[in-house]
Design a protein around this ligand. Structure first.
Ligand code: GLN
Length: 192
């Protein structure tokens, strides 16, 4: 399986390493031409700074392409900033990202001091996994077709809607490959 990783800013190298660890092949997307090659089965939008990634997507003329690919069924996995970009509603920011997923999120939701922490919690369909949060958002609510997959301290931190998977935490910063494997499973499931 060949998975594209959006390599504009943020923790993309860690995703590439993680995907390779699961046996998948990683494909770097740095410009529109890479995106339009369509030579991949799924797309990862990494953590980083959602405003920067969002701006670069726009500057490189890729926002509408990514949005229509996702709407057309391309499997996508967004972590942290990637989650923010996929959300239809950002409660504390007027900037719009890709806006393809039925979730309302809050950026930097844990405040500056408590923004980074680790814990272990259950993720539906995955199991009990380590979760690393870095200046993380959380999902205030899911609506429409989105389903919550994990809750930490009363806040939703992972969700899925058909071909879209998001986590507020960074599985690529742990040794545990199960969330990436879940994503690969979503892709093979959709091909059947
Ligand atoms: N705080 C970042 C944002 O709002 C997200 C942090 C992350 O991706 N680790 O975009």
């Amino acid at each position: 399986m060949r998975i594209a990783v959006l390599c504009l800013q943020g923790a993309f190298i860690e995703h590439i390493r993680m995907l390779e660890k699961t046996g998948a092949e990683a494909f770097e997307i740095r410009q529109r031409r890479d995106l339009l090659s369509r030579s991949y089965d799924g797309l990862v939008i990494p953590g980083g700074e959602s405003t920067v990634i969002g701006k670069l997507l726009g500057d490189l003329g890729m926002t509408e392409d990514v949005r229509s690919m996702i709407k057309g069924g391309m499997p996508v996995f967004g972590t942290c900033a990637g989650l923010i970009l996929l959300a239809k509603k950002i409660e504390n920011d007027s900037r719009a990202g890709l806006g393809t997923m039925d979730i309302a999120v809050r950026r930097n939701a844990y405040g500056r001091q408590l923004g980074s922490f680790s814990c272990t919690a259950e993720m539906k369909g995955v199991g009990t996994i380590p979760m690393t949060f870095i200046r993380a958002p959380y999902i205030e609510r899911v609506f429409g077709k989105a389903e919550s997959l994990a809750v930490v301290d009363g806040h939703i931190v992972a969700a899925r809607q058909d071909n879209q998977l998001v986590t507020a935490f960074h599985p690529e910063l742990t040794d545990d490959t199960r969330v990436h494997e879940y994503f690969l499973g979503m892709i093979s499931g959709s091909k059947r």
